[in-house]
Structure formats: C-alpha cells, structure tokens
Design a protein around this ligand. Sequence first.
Ligand SMILES: NC(=O)c1ccc[n+]([C@@H]2O[C@H](COP(=O)([O-])OP(=O)(O)OC[C@H]3O[C@@H](n4cnc5c(N)ncnc54)[C@H](OP(=O)(O)O)[C@@H]3O)[C@@H](O)[C@H]2O)c1
Length: 325
Amino acid sequence: MAEALLEPWFPLLSSLFWWQRFRGLRTDCIVLRKNGRMRVLCGSAQWVCRRGSDKLLAMKTPTRIFITGASSGLGAGLARHYARPGVTLGLVARRRDLLATLQADLAQRGATVHVYEQDVCDTSKLAACARDFLERAQGIDLVLANAGVGIRNSIHEGESDEVAALMQINVIGVTNTLLPFVPTMLKQKSGTLVGMSSMAGHQALPGRTAYCASKAAVRVFMDGLRMDLHGTGVHAMTLCPGFVDTPLIQDNPSTFWVVDLERGVRLMAKAIAARKRTYTFPWQMNLLHYLAKCLPECVVRRLAPAPRTRSSLRREGVSIGRPAP
Ligand SMILES: NC(=O)c1ccc[n+]([C@@H]2O[C@H](COP(=O)([O-])OP(=O)(O)OC[C@H]3O[C@@H](n4cnc5c(N)ncnc54)[C@H](OP(=O)(O)O)[C@@H]3O)[C@@H](O)[C@H]2O)c1
C-alpha cells in the first residue's frame, strides 16, 4: 500500500474518487490496491451515464404539484416558485390564515390553488386530500413532502412524548403524503416524489438526536422508494438543505452558511428538474458531510453545538405540534 501511495497516478485517481463521492455517486467500493484503475474508470463511466440519463429524464416543468408544509418557509417559497398560469397547486398545512393569504397571492400569479387545512400525521385524512387533489388536477407531476418540525433534545429528562410527536410529523407525515400518489403516478408512468430531509439526515449531532434520526429515516426511505420504483418512470428523491433562512432556524444560535430563501428554493427546483437522487446544498455543506464521515466521534462532539438538556419548546412552554384549528 505504501508503494502505491508513491505511484504518480495515485493523486490523480484519489482526486477522481473524491470528486465522484462529492457528486454523490456510488463509488464506495473502490479499492485502490487491486485493480484500482479499472474500478475508478467504472466510476467515471457511471458519471458520464448519469449525466446523460439525467438529461434524457429531465422533468418537464411540473404543472400539478402537491406540497405539504406550505404555510411558511420552504413550502411557501416552493409554491411561489412554481405558481404560474396553467399550474394547479395543492397546499397542505394547519394554519388556515397563512394558507389563505398564500392562496390569494398565488391566484394573482395565475395558478389554480386548492388548500387543505390538515395535519400530515392523520393518515386517512391526508389520503382523502390526495384523492381530492388528483380528481381536481386530473393527475399529478410533483409531490413535495416538506412539512417538518425541529426540536432539540429532551433526552436527558427521559421523556419520549416530544420525540414521538416529531417522528410522527417528520417521518410518518412524509409517508402519509407520498404514498397515496404512487398508484396514479404508476398509471401515468411519470411523476416525482420528493422527501424533505436535511443536512442533519447525513450525520447524527449531539443535542439534535431525534431530528437527525427522523431526517435520516426520510433519506433512507426515499432511497428505497426510488429502487422500488425503478423502471416505472416515477422518480423518488431527497432534498437535504443545510441552513435556509426560514422561521425554523430563527431561534437557532449556531447556524452557518445560511442560504437565503429565494436562492434555496431556486437550487431545490433545479435539483428536482434534473431528477437528482439526493441533493445536499449549499456545496460547503455537501463537502462538510463527507468530511464529517471521516472524523472520529470525539471530534464531531466537540465541533457540534453543545447538547441541550431540556427541549427548547418545553422550556418555552410551547407544544411541539401546533394544535390543528
Ligand atoms: N430551514 C432550514 O434551514 C431547513 C434545513 C433542513 C431541513 N429543513 C426542512 O424543511 C422543511 C420545511 O422547513 P422550513 O424551514 O420551511 O420550516 P417552517 O417555516 O417552520 O415550515 C414548516 C412547515 O411545516 C408545516 N407543518 C409542521 N407540522 C405540520 C403538521 N403536523 N401538519 C401539517 N403541516 C405541518 C408548518 O405549517 P403549520 O404549522 O401551519 O401546520 C409549516 O408550513 C422541514 O421538513 C425542515 O425539517 C429546513
């Protein structure tokens, strides 16, 4: 192995390897010791094929779009981004007033908007919303399972109620949103399902155990769904934002590389149109998550924000799920 390090091709091959890892390709199995050149070439060919197939499969502009968590932040931003004449939007959230304001704004832009004042945790009611939207829009092009909440730990108190509520919204809410659309998409042989994960879904962090676990669950679920749907024309993908300037991060003192909402929405829409598999942004966060994988746990512990022993929501006397009106 030491001799291989001195070979002139080694820096070239290893930078190719890291470049491909950075692009999110599956080159994990590369072994540089034996037959390394061959395997790296395989990876490069995969990159060329992926770029080709991305272009071929690139999604036509979606016109029938269903978004959860649309009353604020990323969901509202994405709804505004897609709203134009000829587009039908289905918007889900619990805050009626915010949905009504957004509906009026989007209607002015020429879009047809159906709002559903609904909690994503209610499986049967959300399936009913999906059925209603499918009937009104006559099909579906894009589903964004975006609704989500963040809490810091209440782990030290040994209380699991907030964690359970978070898992319900962040994980079950995603499956409740996406799965009712699958049969129609299969019939259409088209459509894109998007799960909103997070940079935190790549790496467990102290003080955010439940949030990280919920976002990792979304990412893995979407990876499995994509494999299940392979060859059907239906695509499943994951968005992993770093920090985007929305109400979710307002009380978080330890944010960095914060992306403004407009740019975040533009980047996500571009990734959706290109049918990426997992899209982590901004690029600094993507690089950071690969670096963090190589760091020992004691270093991650030191670099990440200190664990909180009480849930910030509980301390402020706020319940995690805003009550449905
Ligand atoms: N902003 C970031 O930096 C960032 C980074 C990584 C990942 N994310 C993820 O992006 C998603 C959107 O976050 P955001 O930044 O836009 O936060 P936000 O502004 O707080 O929006 C969260 C949205 O989710 C909805 N929601 C929450 N619980 C719900 C429930 N039980 N049923 C229906 N809707 C519910 C909220 O609507 P109502 O309260 O009206 O129901 C709201 O519209 C989340 O999944 C979050 O984890 C955000």
